[in-house]
Each structure stands twice: as structure tokens, then as C-alpha cells.
Design a protein around this ligand. Structure first.
Ligand SMILES: Nc1ncnc2c1ncn2[C@@H]1O[C@H](COP(=O)(O)OP(=O)(O)O)[C@@H](O)[C@H]1O
Ligand SMILES: [Mg+2]
Length: 301
């Protein structure tokens, strides 16, 4: 059976400006299950935002396609909510109206009072309560604006929530608080999330699974790393889990070394290019003779 979201043989090429072509990625294929939180991690320029724009229906791939819940993705839709790094709020509307706007479009039968109640509930879930919801975006801090974007995205109950480096512009402390709020809201919603980041610790804290991309051009999704750390997770406690540094070292090593070594490979015609599943679990018995996974190489960092 197909996964809930199925990315099939996705290829994106752009003109390189010198009369030739730049292949960003070729024949990328992977799936995301319903309710899963999947993070894609890779260096700048490898094509993460390009994949996100295709999933959002904002861009068309050169070839290949995306099937969500049995239907091919074509053009933008309320089924897919997007949160970008730069908040993209409507500056002339209040915080509350920035949220009710989408909710009213999604649920046209709802009364104004019901729409407002729903929007207010989601704003409260990210810590925005009281007078602040009547302020315009220009009167809010960067962290508050990003909270509004997150509340707006969740309030619409999209089938798929896409987050493109949503915390990239925030200072570390604010980022930490909003990551916690995102985890809390996601935990209550069974929302399918696909998020881009280049922050390893953020990825481990949030994800069920991390997709690792090699460097561009000609990037591929090389690995799918399971985050074998139980939820609920908490940033101060997860570092104590026996799997935390083992997973982190694997990711650091990939980004530092293997993302370069594995890049530039051309796809083999007719072969499906799925990422290799990596499961690191130090809590499992280690003397399993069936276990043929390569030993982890520790890196210092
Ligand atoms: N519309 C476009 N036209 C030409 N090249 C593009 C376009 N969009 C992205 N690119 C190129 O594709 C590559 C991947 O970009 P992007 O997806 O933004 O990377 P990331 O989000 O991983 O940093 C980059 O080399 C970028 O210059
Ligand atoms: Mg990007």
C-alpha cells in the first residue's frame, strides 16, 4: 500500500544561466505516513525548499509527482498549510484576523463567533492570549509573529503541514520555546508535518524520522533515520537518552562528510531511488547476530 504522502521519482532541473541545465535532484522517491513528523535535513542549496514548494503545489517538478491521500498534488490548496521562515502574515490584519481569515475559508459554514473561538483557541495554544491578539504583525516580536504563523497553520487542519526553516530567523531562546509549543500542539492534533531545517538538535527533538539529503547539485535523499527516542520529549531530558548522541553523531558525520561523498551520483535508469532506512537503538541488545548494520563511527564535535 502507498504511504499517505508519496513522492515519486521527483526530478527538478533549472536553466543554469549559461545555456545548460542544473539538476537540483533526480528521481527522489520517499513516503510520509499519516500523523508522522518528518524532518528533512541537508546543507544550504541542496534543494530542500524546492521539494517543499513542489509539495505545497507552488512549483511544478521537471518530472515525477506527488500523491497525497490518493490524489495527485496540483496547485496550492487548503489541504496543505505552509509556514515559511519570514512569517508571511498579512500586515494590515490583526493577529486574530490573520488566523480567522484562513479558518473562515476552510469552514465556510461556520458562524463568525465559531471561527473566532476556534482561532482564539489555537492562538492560546502557542501562548498568545489577551490584548495581543488584536495587535497588527508590525507590533509583534519576531517570535510572536512566528507563533501566529504556526497557530494559523494548525487552525486550518491541513492534511499536510509544511514548515520551511520556520525558526531560522529567531534567537536561540525564542526558538527553544516555540519548538516546545510546536511539539505540544502537534501532540494534540495528529497532524502530518514535513519540516525543513539545518539544525540537527531541532531535528532530533521534533522528528519521528529524519531524511538526510546529500549536497547539491544532483542531490538525493540518501537516508531515512528513525528517531528512536520516546515521546513526550523534552529538550533537557532527551540528551540523557542513550540514543541521543549516537543518533546525533550519525547525523553530524553525514552532514560533515558523507553528504559530500554521496552527492553528484546520477540515478540509474529504471531503479527506484529510495532512502536507506537507518535505525540506531542502543537500548536494544547489542549482540544480535542478525544485525548486519554498519558500526557507528564516533566523531568528535
Ligand atoms: N527558480 C529557480 N531557478 C533556478 N534555480 C533555482 C530556482 N530555485 C532554486 N534554484 C536552485 O536550486 C538549488 C536548490 O535551491 P533550494 O531548494 O532553495 O535549496 P535549499 O532550500 O536546500 O537551501 C540552488 O542551487 C538554487 O540556486
Ligand atoms: Mg531553503
Amino acid at each position: 500500500m502507498k504511504p499517505y504522502l508519496s513522492i515519486e521519482n521527483l526530478t527538478q532541473r533549472f536553466p543554469d544561466g549559461a545555456g545548460g541545465e542544473l539538476t537540483v535532484f533526480e528521481d527522489a522517491s520517499f513516503g510520509v505516513e499519516k500523523g508522522e513528523f518528518v524532518v528533512i535535513l541537508g546543507h544550504s542549496g541542496c534543494g530542500k525548499s524546492t521539494i517543499m514548494n513542489i509539495l505545497a503545489g507552488l512549483a511544478e517538478p521537471t518530472s515525477g509527482g506527488v500523491i497525497m491521500d490518493g490524489v495527485e498534488v496540483k496547485g496550492p490548496s487548503l489541504d496543505r498549510g505552509v509556514v515559511f521562515q519570514n512569517y508571511s502574515l498579512l500586515p494590515w490584519l490583526t493577529t486574530l484576523k490573520n488566523v480567522t481569515f484562513g479558518v473562515a475559508a476552510r469552514y465556510p459554514d461556520w458562524s463568525k463567533a465559531k471561527v473566532e473561538e476556534h482561532a482564539t483557541k489555537f492562538l492560546a495554544m502557542v501562548g498568545l492570549e489577551g490584548d495581543v491578539i488584536y495587535r497588527k504583525p508590525s507590533q509583534l516580536s519576531g517570535g510572536m509573529r512566528q507563533r501566529v504563523s504556526i497557530a494559523r497553520a494548525f487552525a486550518n487542519h491541513p492534511k499536510l503541514l509544511l514548515l520551511d526553516e520556520p525558526f531560522g530567523a529567531l534567537d536561540a531562546l525564542t526558538r527553544g520555546t516555540i519548538q516546545d509549543e510546536l511539539l505540544k500542539i502537534w501532540g494534540q492534533m495528529e497532524q502530518t508535518v514535513f519540516m525543513i531545517t539545518h539544525d540537527i538538535d531541532e531535528a532530533i527533538l521534533l522528528a519521528d524520522r529524519i531524511l538526510l539529503m546529500t549536497n547539491g547539485p544532483q542531490a538525493c535523499v540518501a537516508e531515512s533515520v528513525e528517531i528512536t527516542i520516546p515521546r513526550p520529549r523534552n529538550r533537557t531530558e532527551i540528551v540523557e537518552h542513550p540514543n541521543y548522541y549516537a543518533i546525533r553523531n550519525h547525523l553530524v558525520q553525514f552532514l560533515g562528510k558523507r553528504s559530500k561523498e554521496l552527492s553528484g551520483r546520477t540515478a540509474v535508469a529504471g531503479e527506484i531511488n529510495r532512502p536507506e532506512t537507518v535505525r540506531i537503538d542502543k537500548t536494544e541488545p547489542q549482540d544480535d547476530p542478525e544485525d548486519t548494520r554498519p558500526a557507528l563511527v564516533a566523531v568528535s564535535n
